[in-house]
Design a protein. Structure first.
Length: 287
């Protein structure tokens, strides 16, 4: 579906009901002095919610949606849009904007699906520092999951795409994926999602073997993200398939830890440069 009119809400259900339907635990909404959990001000005005490790719910105005190359997207920079706010309510707006930006970044980083609550109503003018809050007249939970398909860590530019398969940032940056298109690309992403636990186990096994270090296994490299970047690089690395995924059958194959290698981003790019899958020992030449 690329007709935006079909995504226009026609009713106004409660936010708590839509958030619950999306898969978020709303038990904490009852923890306040009022009698109606749906009116809990700690939650009911938020622009986003998340279930740790599972999904993110984002409230998106219908007017902010567009169709690009046959796909429905939401293309907004939350940091730029709300960073200049002032006047009444600015502190809360900035807090909610930061939470939304943080949740979208988390979805991009961890490959979490987005459930979109589409809003219709009078949207606040983000460029008017004295504007009043938005007035939502109707809302609906889209039945189709979305995913963050692009996120610029520096600028905050973010694209959420309806119907896209969620993938973690390290998978999206994987140089091997550049060699796949169309159906092969979709299969590759699905395979990477299925093997997420194997990648996590590989990282944990490497941390144990190397006494807390996570060094690139390419001979003569040994790069460690934590040594270079401190806490930001803690337990971060790329996980490389020693056997090319292009050789795998369509139904996929079981991935063993011995089939994976810890590599840095630079070595990973060199391994696959030109669409190849070079042996680790051939990446950095002998001096």
């Amino acid at each position: 579906m690329t007709d935006l009119t079909e995504l226009k809400p026609i009713n106004r259900p409660l936010v708590i009901d839509l958030v619950r339907e999306a898969g978020i635990d709303v038990g904490a909404w009852s923890d306040f002095r009022g009698s109606n959990p749906a009116a809990n001000p700690k939650y009911c005005y938020n622009w986003s919610f998340h279930q740790p490790g599972e999904l993110v719910v984002a409230l998106l105005f219908h007017d902010d949606l567009s169709v690009v190359e046959g796909e429905i997207i939401h293309n907004q920079n939350i940091r730029l849009r709300d960073g200049r706010l002032g006047g009444k309510g600015a502190a809360q707006w900035k807090k909610r904007a930061k939470e939304l930006d943080d949740n979208l970044l988390m979805a991009y980083r961890d490959g979490l699906p987005i459930r979109a609550i589409i809003l219709e109503g009078q949207k606040r003018d983000h460029f008017d520092s004295e504007a009043e809050s938005s007035e939502v007249e109707k809302r609906m939970l889209d039945t189709v999951p979305w995913a963050v398909t692009s996120y610029d860590m520096v600028t905050g530019d973010c694209i959420i795409t309806r119907g896209a398969i969620p993938t973690s940032s390290t998978v999206q940056d994987d140089p091997e994926m550049a060699g796949f298109e169309g159906e092969q690309r979709r299969r590759y992403i699905l395979h990477r999602r299925r093997e997420a636990s194997a990648r996590a186990k590989k990282i944990q096994a490497a941390l144990i073997d190397q006494k807390g270090k996570l060094r690139c296994e390419v001979p003569r490299c040994g790069f460690d993200f934590r040594e270079k970047y401190g806490e930001l690089g803690k337990e971060f690395a790329h996980v490389h398939h020693i056997r090319p995924l292009s050789d795998a059958p369509a139904e996929g194959h079981k991935v063993l830890l011995k089939d994976l290698a810890i590599v840095c981003a630079n070595c990973h790019a060199m391994i696959h440069r030109g669409g190849q899958c070079r042996p680790l020992a051939d990446v950095i030449p002998l001096p």
